[in-house]
Design a protein around this ligand. Structure first.
Ligand code: UT7
Length: 319
């Protein structure tokens, strides 16, 4: 049995904020943000929108475009690091909103690598528990956790959600081929270079980041995990149609390709319109690439991400 991604829908908040908009109230410029990150604009959730709102919107779209009924779902798994509340989980809120009362539901938190973690968890559970249909969502309102006076972080992030239908298939030629996960939280330095600290911001705390250090880890660790997953599965970059990485910064992706001799023309990049949406960035990029006719049914995709923890990993999926 294989786990196949059979459909995907996304939701982006209506409000779009450009670099020029940010530079009106912050000592920054479109030039600085664009040349350092590749970001031109980002979607920002309204005060009324929380992470579950985005997740539910993406799910409703998925339900409309696929033939799936809420009662068909065996489980709902949400990747998020920005849940509305410590508990209940965002997944339970989605389950209640759509009336998927047969489904069990829980959240996965692995920061920006959360989608790959959640995909691996879903795949394993589908196999071990013989589940047939699982709703996998990555939803984030990370802009609610930035200090809007800190120009080194606030310009980097955006909000969004992607909802995927995972179905069990007996067709061994398609679906999730492999997943590989890593974490290193042992060393204090890993916990301090990218974190969410303090009790300000209504007890939510703010994101703090040592940008240059994270930049280097992102290149090294994403490249290392891609190489290891390909080697372990007797595959090479020639077997991959598209790399869909976490969309933190265009320069990270360009540097990684240059340093490791990876093909940049095989990399899907949506940083310009979405910015860094944490764990939602890969599903958002996949939907965008499908809509633009880049990714096609039958393509083999390599997902990779790195996030706070540090957490990182890769997945190979034939869609
Ligand atoms: O999703 C989780 C993973 N996160 C990431 O992968 C992010 C990784 N890091 C990065 O993307 C980059 O390090 C940043 C985009 C965050 C920063 O780029 P950088 O080239 O590493 O810049 P820097 O932090 O070294 O700052 C260079 C200069 C500093 O000024 P001085 O000290 O040289 O005078 C900063 O104060 O740029 C200044 N600066 C800004 N200037 C205008 C920092 N932020 C801004 C800003 N606008 N928004």
């Amino acid at each position: 049995m294989r786990t196949k991604i059979t459909d995907i829908a996304t939701y982006l908040p209506e409000k779009v904020v450009t670099n020029d908009d940010l530079s009106k109230n912050l000592d920054t410029s479109h030039e600085w943000i664009y040349t350092r990150t590749g970001i031109e604009s980002r979607h920002i959730s309204s005060e009324d929108e929380v992470t579950s709102t985005l997740a539910i919107e993406a799910t409703r779209k998925l339900m409309q475009q696929s033939s799936i009924e809420p009662m068909d779902l065996d489980a709902i798994i949400v990747s998020t690091t920005t849940g509305d509340t410590r508990f209940p989980s965002c997944a339970c809120k989605v389950q209640g909103a759509i009336g998927a009362c047969r489904a069990f539901a829980f959240d996965v938190n692995a920061a920006c690598a959360g989608f790959i973690y959640a995909l691996a968890v879903a795949d394993s559970m589908m196999k071990s528990m013989k589940l047939r249909k699982v709703l996998l969502i990555a939803s984030e309102t990370i802009t609610k956790f930035v200090d809007w006076t800190d120009r080194s972080t606030c310009v980097l992030f955006g909000d969004g959600a992607g909802a995927m239908l995972l179905e069990a298939t007996e067709n061994g030629d398609t679906g999730i081929i492999a997943t590989k996960l890593y974490a290193n939280g042992e060393d204090e330095k890993y916990n301090s270079i990218l974190a969410h600290n303090g009790e300000q911001n209504g007890n939510r705390g703010y994101i703090t980041m040592a940008g240059r250090t994270v930049f280097k880890y992102a290149i090294d660790y994403m490249a290392m995990s891609m190489k290891e997953i390909l080697d372990e599965n007797n595959m090479s970059m020639d077997d991959i149609d598209w790399i869909i990485p976490h969309q933190a910064n265009r320069r990270i992706l360009e540097s990684m390709c240059k340093m490791r001799d990876f093909p940049l023309d095989k990399v899907i990049i949506t940083t310009q319109e979405h910015a860094n949406t944490s764990s939602a960035s890969i599903p958002l990029a996949l939907r965008d690439a499908l809509d633009k006719g880049k990714v096609k049914q039958g393509d083999t995709l390599l997902f990779t991400a790195l996030g706070a923890g540090l957490t990182w990993g890769s997945a190979i999926v034939k869609i």
